[in-house]
Write a protein that binds this ligand. Sequence first.
Ligand SMILES: C[S@@+](CC[C@H](N)C(=O)[O-])C[C@H]1O[C@@H](n2cnc3c(N)ncnc32)[C@H](O)[C@@H]1O
Length: 289
Amino acid sequence: MSSSANAKKLEAPKKRKNFRSSFHDLDLKEWRNYPELITDSLWQLGGRSRSSVHKGDYHGNFVPQIPEQMLRRFTKKNDVVLDLFSGMATTLIECRRLGRHGLGVELQESICRDSRERLGAAENPHDVTTTVVHGDSSSSSLPDKLMPHLQALGRDSVDHVLLHPPYWDIIEFTEGDDERDLSSCESLEGFLEMFEQVVVNGAKLLEPGRFMTLVIGDKYCSGEWIPLGFECMEVMRGCGMTLRAINIKDIQGNEKGKGKNNNLWRYRALRNGLYVFKHEYVMLFRKQG
Ligand SMILES: C[S@@+](CC[C@H](N)C(=O)[O-])C[C@H]1O[C@@H](n2cnc3c(N)ncnc32)[C@H](O)[C@@H]1O
């Protein structure tokens, strides 16, 4: 063997770069070609996307760009996504657009009906299954209730969980006293206890190594800033979820009716020594493998 051949043999094998990930199907060889995907913790999304059949008519719905960002970065085609506070099915509409199966749970029967109708009008180019289930996400029987829907997809677990709970009692979602509604809790402790049960259900169904998203904002109560976001974050960490990101999302231009009252809010802030909310959180957690 020549000396140059010998030297070649002794060279350390070149490390092969891994351009694929276990939790998304972006082509990392082409990583420059995804300028629309956010990798920074400050999210300035601008206005609500008008893609598909989305409308901003449900009080408390989030902008479609939030589930879009999370699904594209943390799920693959044909993965199963679970939204435990489905509302008007913003997440499920995005599932259809992006080719993920979607399961949404919503407490209000009328909203289940309306959101199924809206979802039915959305195109389904990837022929995925998207289902709105009427139910209580804080009930310990929820995983059993969802199992037939998962089995119909050949699964007994999900690949991503999205949580966009009521911001405690800022908006009352149900009329009367429905104890299952997280927005009807009398105390912060009660709200956090119910939220914990929802997280337990989500974590039970989530595949190890996969991700859970929490979207939430804070609130003021009698002149005191209540850090709902951080309280909920601690609940999730207490349930064994690893915190991966606290993203701050600009809510400017996304608040119904606040625009015309901007000066009033500014005046109140100056008078009372407060700050006007202009952000909410998009937090990311991972279930350990
Ligand atoms: C902030 S909204 C979610 C909006 C949704 N992301 C969208 O874009 O339409 C919270 C939703 O949680 C629902 N909800 C409240 N308590 C619930 C519970 N225990 N189980 C399931 N859904 C619940 C409310 O009816 C409301 O529709």
